[in-house]
Design a protein around this ligand. Sequence first.
Ligand code: PEP
Ligand code: MN
Length: 268
Amino acid sequence: MHMRNSKVKISLPDNSGSIEVGSGKFLVVAGPCSIDTRANFLESSRWIKAQGGHALRGAVFKMRTDPKRFQGLGRDGYPILKEIRETLNLPVFTEVVDTRHVEELHPFIDVFQVGARNMYNYELLKELGRQRKPVLLKRAFSATLDEWAGAAEYVLSGGNDNIILCERGTRGFDTHTRNVLDLSSVILMKRRTGLPVLVDPSHGTGRSDLVLPMSLAAAAAGADGLLVEVHADPSKALSDQDQAINLEQFGVLTKKLNQVLSALEKNL
Ligand code: PEP
Ligand code: MN
Protein backbone atom coordinates (compact mmCIF):
# COMPACT_ATOMS: atom_id res chain seq x y z
CA MET A 1 0.00 0.00 0.00
CA HIS A 2 1.21 3.46 -0.88
CA MET A 3 0.30 5.89 1.85
CA ARG A 4 1.12 9.19 0.22
CA ASN A 5 3.74 10.88 -1.83
CA SER A 6 5.21 12.27 1.22
CA LYS A 7 6.99 15.37 2.24
CA VAL A 8 6.72 15.93 5.94
CA LYS A 9 6.92 19.47 7.26
CA ILE A 10 8.47 20.17 10.64
CA SER A 11 7.73 23.67 11.88
CA LEU A 12 10.52 25.71 13.38
CA PRO A 13 10.01 26.47 17.09
CA ASP A 14 9.38 30.19 16.42
CA ASN A 15 6.96 29.33 13.58
CA SER A 16 8.98 31.44 11.15
CA GLY A 17 9.09 28.58 8.66
CA SER A 18 9.51 24.87 8.40
CA ILE A 19 11.86 22.11 7.31
CA GLU A 20 10.62 19.73 4.66
CA VAL A 21 11.69 16.10 4.93
CA GLY A 22 11.61 13.98 1.79
CA SER A 23 11.94 16.84 -0.66
CA GLY A 24 15.52 16.26 -1.73
CA LYS A 25 17.15 18.12 1.10
CA PHE A 26 18.97 15.74 3.42
CA LEU A 27 17.90 16.09 7.05
CA VAL A 28 20.44 15.78 9.84
CA VAL A 29 18.97 15.22 13.30
CA ALA A 30 21.66 14.98 15.93
CA GLY A 31 22.18 15.04 19.66
CA PRO A 32 22.72 12.82 22.67
CA CYS A 33 20.95 9.54 23.23
CA SER A 34 19.65 10.96 26.50
CA ILE A 35 19.93 14.50 27.81
CA ASP A 36 22.14 14.38 30.90
CA THR A 37 23.09 17.98 31.75
CA ARG A 38 21.92 21.31 30.40
CA ALA A 39 25.55 22.30 29.75
CA ASN A 40 26.33 19.21 27.66
CA PHE A 41 23.11 19.49 25.68
CA LEU A 42 23.66 23.19 25.03
CA GLU A 43 27.26 22.65 23.93
CA SER A 44 26.47 19.82 21.53
CA SER A 45 23.35 21.57 20.19
CA ARG A 46 25.23 24.79 19.42
CA TRP A 47 27.87 22.84 17.58
CA ILE A 48 25.31 20.79 15.67
CA LYS A 49 23.65 23.99 14.49
CA ALA A 50 26.97 25.57 13.53
CA GLN A 51 27.86 22.52 11.42
CA GLY A 52 24.60 22.66 9.50
CA GLY A 53 22.49 20.18 11.51
CA HIS A 54 18.77 20.86 11.10
CA ALA A 55 17.21 19.41 14.22
CA LEU A 56 18.11 18.07 17.64
CA ARG A 57 17.48 14.75 19.27
CA GLY A 58 17.62 14.04 22.99
CA ALA A 59 15.56 11.74 25.16
CA VAL A 60 14.21 12.55 28.58
CA PHE A 61 12.43 9.20 28.92
CA LYS A 62 14.63 6.20 28.22
CA MET A 63 13.55 2.60 27.81
CA ARG A 64 16.53 0.74 29.19
CA THR A 65 16.97 -3.00 29.10
CA ASP A 66 18.41 -2.86 32.62
CA PRO A 67 16.05 -1.10 35.06
CA LYS A 68 19.00 -0.06 37.26
CA ARG A 69 20.44 2.09 34.50
CA PHE A 70 19.74 5.78 33.87
CA GLN A 71 16.12 6.15 32.85
CA GLY A 72 16.41 9.73 31.61
CA LEU A 73 15.74 13.03 33.40
CA GLY A 74 12.00 12.57 32.94
CA ARG A 75 9.93 15.70 33.47
CA ASP A 76 12.99 17.48 34.93
CA GLY A 77 14.29 17.50 31.35
CA TYR A 78 11.35 19.54 29.99
CA PRO A 79 12.80 22.99 30.89
CA ILE A 80 16.12 22.03 29.24
CA LEU A 81 14.33 20.95 26.07
CA LYS A 82 12.33 24.18 26.06
CA GLU A 83 15.26 26.49 26.64
CA ILE A 84 17.57 25.01 24.03
CA ARG A 85 14.86 24.47 21.44
CA GLU A 86 13.81 28.11 21.73
CA THR A 87 17.29 29.61 22.04
CA LEU A 88 18.61 27.86 18.94
CA ASN A 89 15.29 27.72 17.07
CA LEU A 90 15.95 24.11 16.11
CA PRO A 91 13.16 21.51 16.10
CA VAL A 92 13.54 18.82 18.76
CA PHE A 93 12.87 15.10 18.34
CA THR A 94 12.27 13.27 21.58
CA GLU A 95 11.05 9.81 22.43
CA VAL A 96 7.53 9.36 23.78
CA VAL A 97 7.20 6.14 25.75
CA ASP A 98 3.72 6.40 27.22
CA THR A 99 0.34 7.64 26.02
CA ARG A 100 0.07 9.65 29.26
CA HIS A 101 3.00 11.84 28.16
CA VAL A 102 1.68 12.78 24.73
CA GLU A 103 -0.35 15.85 25.73
CA GLU A 104 2.17 17.27 28.18
CA LEU A 105 5.09 16.96 25.74
CA HIS A 106 3.54 19.26 23.13
CA PRO A 107 5.05 22.57 24.31
CA PHE A 108 8.56 21.15 24.54
CA ILE A 109 9.06 19.19 21.34
CA ASP A 110 8.50 19.22 17.59
CA VAL A 111 8.56 15.54 16.59
CA PHE A 112 7.38 12.54 18.61
CA GLN A 113 9.94 9.75 18.35
CA VAL A 114 8.61 6.20 18.70
CA GLY A 115 11.46 3.93 19.70
CA ALA A 116 12.12 0.43 18.45
CA ARG A 117 10.67 -1.02 21.67
CA ASN A 118 7.37 0.74 21.10
CA MET A 119 6.85 0.10 17.41
CA TYR A 120 4.31 -2.54 18.41
CA ASN A 121 2.60 -0.35 21.03
CA TYR A 122 -0.58 0.14 19.06
CA GLU A 123 -2.34 2.24 21.70
CA LEU A 124 0.57 4.70 21.62
CA LEU A 125 0.49 4.73 17.81
CA LYS A 126 -3.25 5.39 17.80
CA GLU A 127 -2.79 8.25 20.25
CA LEU A 128 -0.07 9.77 18.05
CA GLY A 129 -2.44 9.35 15.11
CA ARG A 130 -4.74 11.83 16.85
CA GLN A 131 -1.96 14.46 17.02
CA ARG A 132 -0.80 16.73 14.23
CA LYS A 133 2.88 16.90 15.11
CA PRO A 134 5.12 14.64 13.01
CA VAL A 135 5.97 11.17 14.27
CA LEU A 136 9.35 9.50 13.75
CA LEU A 137 8.60 5.79 13.70
CA LYS A 138 11.62 3.58 14.29
CA ARG A 139 11.74 0.00 13.12
CA ALA A 140 11.61 -2.60 15.89
CA PHE A 141 14.67 -4.89 16.33
CA SER A 142 13.02 -7.77 14.53
CA ALA A 143 10.21 -6.13 12.60
CA THR A 144 9.50 -7.26 9.08
CA LEU A 145 8.80 -4.51 6.60
CA ASP A 146 5.12 -5.53 6.67
CA GLU A 147 5.00 -5.06 10.44
CA TRP A 148 6.76 -1.72 10.21
CA ALA A 149 4.38 -0.51 7.51
CA GLY A 150 1.47 -1.77 9.62
CA ALA A 151 2.69 0.34 12.54
CA ALA A 152 2.79 3.40 10.26
CA GLU A 153 -0.78 2.64 9.20
CA TYR A 154 -1.89 2.77 12.83
CA VAL A 155 -0.66 6.37 13.04
CA LEU A 156 -2.09 7.22 9.66
CA SER A 157 -5.48 5.73 10.42
CA GLY A 158 -5.88 8.19 13.28
CA GLY A 159 -5.55 11.02 10.76
CA ASN A 160 -1.91 11.98 11.25
CA ASP A 161 -0.04 11.53 7.98
CA ASN A 162 3.06 13.37 9.15
CA ILE A 163 5.10 10.20 9.51
CA ILE A 164 8.84 9.79 9.05
CA LEU A 165 10.27 6.27 9.18
CA CYS A 166 13.66 5.48 10.68
CA GLU A 167 15.73 2.38 9.99
CA ARG A 168 17.83 1.58 13.07
CA GLY A 169 19.06 -1.92 12.34
CA THR A 170 17.72 -5.34 13.17
CA ARG A 171 19.12 -8.12 15.35
CA GLY A 172 21.81 -10.22 13.78
CA PHE A 173 23.87 -13.17 14.99
CA ASP A 174 27.27 -11.49 15.12
CA THR A 175 28.40 -9.56 18.17
CA HIS A 176 30.80 -7.16 16.44
CA THR A 177 27.96 -4.77 15.77
CA ARG A 178 24.95 -4.05 17.98
CA ASN A 179 22.52 -4.47 15.08
CA VAL A 180 22.66 -5.06 11.35
CA LEU A 181 21.89 -1.85 9.51
CA ASP A 182 19.48 -2.71 6.71
CA LEU A 183 19.91 -0.13 3.97
CA SER A 184 17.76 -1.99 1.48
CA SER A 185 14.78 -1.30 3.73
CA VAL A 186 15.24 2.40 3.02
CA ILE A 187 14.58 1.90 -0.66
CA LEU A 188 11.84 -0.68 -0.17
CA MET A 189 9.95 1.32 2.44
CA LYS A 190 10.16 4.56 0.47
CA ARG A 191 8.83 2.73 -2.56
CA ARG A 192 6.13 0.98 -0.63
CA THR A 193 4.83 3.76 1.60
CA GLY A 194 5.98 6.97 -0.05
CA LEU A 195 7.06 8.15 3.38
CA PRO A 196 10.48 9.69 4.02
CA VAL A 197 12.99 7.34 5.62
CA LEU A 198 15.86 8.35 7.90
CA VAL A 199 18.75 6.12 8.93
CA ASP A 200 20.11 5.80 12.45
CA PRO A 201 23.73 4.67 12.04
CA SER A 202 24.30 4.91 15.81
CA HIS A 203 21.91 2.17 16.92
CA GLY A 204 22.38 0.50 13.56
CA THR A 205 25.98 -0.33 14.42
CA GLY A 206 26.48 0.46 18.12
CA ARG A 207 29.99 1.68 17.29
CA SER A 208 31.17 5.26 16.93
CA ASP A 209 33.83 4.21 14.40
CA LEU A 210 31.15 2.94 12.01
CA VAL A 211 28.87 5.97 12.21
CA LEU A 212 30.68 7.98 9.52
CA PRO A 213 30.95 5.28 6.83
CA MET A 214 27.39 4.05 7.38
CA SER A 215 26.08 7.62 7.29
CA LEU A 216 27.70 8.15 3.91
CA ALA A 217 26.34 4.82 2.72
CA ALA A 218 22.85 5.80 3.88
CA ALA A 219 23.04 9.07 1.94
CA ALA A 220 24.26 7.23 -1.14
CA ALA A 221 21.46 4.68 -0.81
CA GLY A 222 18.85 7.44 -0.99
CA ALA A 223 17.89 7.95 2.65
CA ASP A 224 16.15 11.24 3.42
CA GLY A 225 18.39 11.96 6.36
CA LEU A 226 20.09 10.75 9.50
CA LEU A 227 19.31 10.43 13.18
CA VAL A 228 22.72 10.39 14.81
CA GLU A 229 23.93 10.33 18.40
CA VAL A 230 26.39 13.10 19.25
CA HIS A 231 27.68 13.90 22.72
CA ALA A 232 29.98 16.67 23.96
CA ASP A 233 31.97 14.00 25.83
CA PRO A 234 30.91 10.47 24.84
CA SER A 235 32.95 8.89 27.66
CA LYS A 236 30.58 10.60 30.13
CA ALA A 237 27.32 9.86 28.32
CA LEU A 238 24.79 8.10 30.56
CA SER A 239 23.44 5.95 27.75
CA ASP A 240 24.88 4.60 24.50
CA GLN A 241 28.46 5.78 25.12
CA ASP A 242 30.04 3.43 22.62
CA GLN A 243 28.09 4.67 19.65
CA ALA A 244 28.07 8.42 20.30
CA ILE A 245 30.39 10.50 18.16
CA ASN A 246 32.05 13.58 19.59
CA LEU A 247 31.77 17.13 18.29
CA GLU A 248 34.86 16.95 16.13
CA GLN A 249 33.68 13.71 14.53
CA PHE A 250 30.31 15.32 13.84
CA GLY A 251 32.14 18.16 12.05
CA VAL A 252 33.93 15.63 9.83
CA LEU A 253 30.65 13.82 9.22
CA THR A 254 28.83 16.89 7.91
CA LYS A 255 31.78 17.82 5.71
CA LYS A 256 31.99 14.39 4.10
CA LEU A 257 28.21 14.12 3.82
CA ASN A 258 28.19 17.33 1.82
CA GLN A 259 30.66 15.79 -0.61
CA VAL A 260 28.52 12.68 -1.11
CA LEU A 261 25.31 14.70 -1.33
CA SER A 262 26.67 17.09 -3.92
CA ALA A 263 27.50 14.11 -6.14
CA LEU A 264 23.82 13.16 -5.81
CA GLU A 265 22.71 16.75 -6.51
CA LYS A 266 21.33 17.05 -2.99
CA ASN A 267 22.44 19.11 -0.04
CA LEU A 268 22.23 19.46 3.69
C1 PEP B 1 17.35 6.06 20.63
O1 PEP B 1 17.14 6.62 19.55
O2 PEP B 1 18.07 6.53 21.53
C2 PEP B 1 16.81 4.72 20.85
C3 PEP B 1 16.49 4.27 22.05
O3 PEP B 1 16.73 4.00 19.73
P1 PEP B 1 15.92 2.66 19.43
O4 PEP B 1 14.52 2.94 19.90
O5 PEP B 1 16.05 2.53 17.96
O6 PEP B 1 16.60 1.56 20.18
MN1 MN C 1 20.39 5.67 22.10
